[in-house]
Design a protein around this ligand. Sequence first.
Ligand code: ATP
Length: 376
Amino acid sequence: MNGEAPYPPMKTYSIATIPGDGIGKEVIPAGQRVLQTLADASERFRLVFEDFGWGGDHYRQHGLMMPADGLDQLRSKDAILFGSAGDPHIPDHITLWGLRLKICQGFDQYANVRPTRILPGIDAPLKRCTPADLDWVIVRENSEGEYAGVGGRVHQGLPLEAATDVSVMTRTGVERIMRYAFRLAQSRPRKRLTVVTKSNAQRHAMVMWDEIAAQVATEFPDVHWDKELVDAATARMVNRPASLDTLVATNLHADILSDLAAALAGSLGIAPTGNIDPERRFPSMFEPIHGSAFDIMGLGLANPVGTFWSCVMLLEHLGEADAAQTLMQAIEHTTADTRLHTRDLGGTATTAEVTDAVCARVRAMAPARSPKPVPH
Ligand code: ATP
């Protein structure tokens, strides 16, 4: 013993990257570069990436968006960084159910978490809203509800054709997402949760949703919570953004509210999300909320900030809080410089320029890795 503090063991995290389709193929390599830059500067962890070329091209070749044993190939990973699934020549329900939802449901990633803030330098559309007024996290139920996949279609093409999509809610599913949302609200400074509902019109499952919210609330006496109908919630997001903090909503309601949230924060290109298995039985998956954006595919114009922010969430999930904070600060430093805004933000910067700037900032903030002492 020489009296020095023991050198902490270096952790190795195994990360799956799935770029998918469209601009996913541009923003995921950018995200990987940023993560690698953080790992190069870290004395705590290193990253091993494995890339999976699943998506529309895989479907054209093999008739499947991902191989039949795809989940088994991902199972041992610590986290997944996902781009987007969507192809103009393949029906949306095939691209969505064949890849992204297959992973979310197969790994029971039941909490979809979507933070929204107005980052420095971003010109958000609400003229009476300051960045301090808009700091939300939307928790989306991610395993059942309107996207349970239950339903059917009969007599196709005939006048008596019928089709149903049945929303399925279970007590287990609602209880666990409520508990997750209350716990998340409790961990944030304002300890405020809004439960989004539609129990005035949907008088079965949404009434159960409300009842379970009230039951779970008793476990969190320090969380101030209220209930809002989903239609009223859209108006409240626009008119009284500061009255909201954490929101929990069903799969469909939160899908819509979070696109509105992203637009109110300045651009769809900035917003991140995590598909989380809170029990950590399976890898969780992190992705920008935007889609494949075929209109700008291959032009080098995609905003990579949504992916970078998703990488922040990935690092937080791995327990690498310092690296996550470094990356978030590097992102904010970059968005503050309007010369580094991509076209969706009214600028002319390219994906590569924004990525270079974030990597350079990470390098400047994190001291270069010092050589490990040689044991003797
Ligand atoms: P999908 O069906 O896969 O969700 P979509 O085209 O309906 O795709 P998005 O891909 O999210 O929806 O794109 C919506 C609009 O926002 C498009 O005009 C697109 O160019 C723009 N957009 C989305 N993401 C970005 C980004 N990262 N950078 C710049 N523009 C973006």
